[in-house]
Design a protein around this ligand. Structure first.
Ligand SMILES: Cc1ncc(COP(=O)(O)O)c(C=O)c1O
Length: 358
């Protein structure tokens, strides 16, 4: 089976870099952390990682054992800061499935809002905020959205920032794939526009290596105690050795080289997808992402299409997986990061082309 579902951007150099960072720590007992440190992580590791993440001025950084944990902590801290009457999260209609599942598991009501070519539609957000059940938190992925690949316009983000400020809305900004966009390709973070009410999450598993299983979140200093309590009580503190290894990679410039390689490799993989599949079925411009939101043939159910793809030898992620209400649509996400070997990716894409009738 060719994996066109999983979406961790990886390049061969990253494992050698992790090994080198761990060797450096093993050779220097002074550099090897002797304990957990405070819940948000060792201050030296945090200080070394902040520039790599592009953290907004005026925010604090916490490290966690994975991006998913960073996201959970950010959402719970934001929800804790809202009034109980507004314990409801507005999300993009297509959203990150694990966030949607997290809300369900925690019994947190959500409200799906439409997205256009510039991002979340602000008139829908304003209507929701004027309703009898206004949300207190907005969760969104403004840069290289998963699954749409969309990057918000700067104007849309400014409008969202103004609305959030006016309505006392907390924002959780998911930057999981944003590192793939070069700085000139991306708008400013919401955290830089409204630092006092935005929390941001990152996945260092995606930026550097899956073997680190490391995440990070930034938040307004006023939420420092709430974030530390979530991390401590839920046991989500980052492994201190892993955090020190990631910090060493950020400090010696090797993290920046890995990010540059991932951007270049993503470009090669998208070019391969365009050559083999054409762009006729692209439902959105993937930008710099390693995933492409695509149209499937009409006239068959999602289950039949997926079964046909599986029988042919490829796995892909259906629209329903991402829809906030699990709704089917003639769309799917193609991931270019599930197969580490480009030759296997090419073989999988050729099968997919046949399945799509290209
Ligand atoms: C949009 C988004 N946010 C958060 C995460 C969580 O990151 P991690 O898998 O590193 O925990 C992912 C992972 O797939 C993701 O796609």
């Amino acid at each position: 089976m060719y994996d066109l579902w999983v979406n961790y951007p990886a390049v061969p150099a990253q494992q050698a870099a992790v090994a080198e960072a761990l060797r450096g720590l093993a050779a220097d007992p002074e550099a090897l952390p002797a304990g957990f440190g405070p819940p948000p992580g060792d201050p030296r590791s945090r200080a070394a990682l902040a520039p790599l993440l592009g953290m907004a001025p005026g925010q604090d950084l916490a490290l966690t054992c994975g991006g998913q944990s960073a996201l959970s902590v950010a959402l719970l801290a934001a929800l804790g800061a809202t009034s109980p009457a507004r314990r409801r999260v507005a999300v993009e209609a297509y959203t990150f499935p694990m966030a949607r599942n997290f809300f369900r598991m925690e019994g947190i009501p959500t409200l799906g809002l439409p997205v256009d070519a510039e991002g979340l539609q602000t008139d829908a957000l304003e209507r929701a905020l004027a309703s009898a059940d206004p949300p207190g938190v907005l969760y969104l992925m403004p840069v290289l959205h998963n699954p749409l690949g969309l990057t918000y316009s700067a104007a849309r983000l400014q409008r969202i920032a103004a609305i959030a400020r006016c309505h006392g809305l907390w924002v959780v900004e998911d930057e999981a794939y944003a590192f793939l966009a070069a700085p000139e390709q991306r708008p400013p973070t919401l955290a830089s526009l409204i630092p006092e009410r935005t929390l941001v999450m990152w996945s260092l598993s995606k930026i550097l290596s899956l073997s680190l299983r490391l995440g990070a979140l930034s938040h307004p200093p006023a939420l420092a105690d709430a974030v530390a309590e979530q991390v401590r009580i839920r046991g989500l503190t980052a492994n201190p050795v892993v955090a020190a290894a990631a910090a060493a990679m950020a400090t010696d410039g090797c993290a920046a080289r890995i990010v540059a390689e991932k951007r270049a490799e993503g470009e090669r993989r998208r070019a391969m997808a365009r050559d083999i599949l054409g762009t006729r079925r692209f439902a959105a411009d993937p930008g710099a992402s390693w995933h492409i939101w695509m149209r499937r043939p009409e006239g068959e159910t999602e289950a039949d299409f997926l079964a046909r793809a599986r029988a042919a030898g490829v796995s892909i992620a259906p629209a329903k997986h991402f829809h906030h209400l699990d709704r089917e649509a003639p769309l799917f996400r193609l991931s270019l990061g599930g197969e580490a070997d480009p030759a296997r990716l090419e073989a999988g894409l050729r099968i997919l082309a046949e399945v799509l009738g290209e």
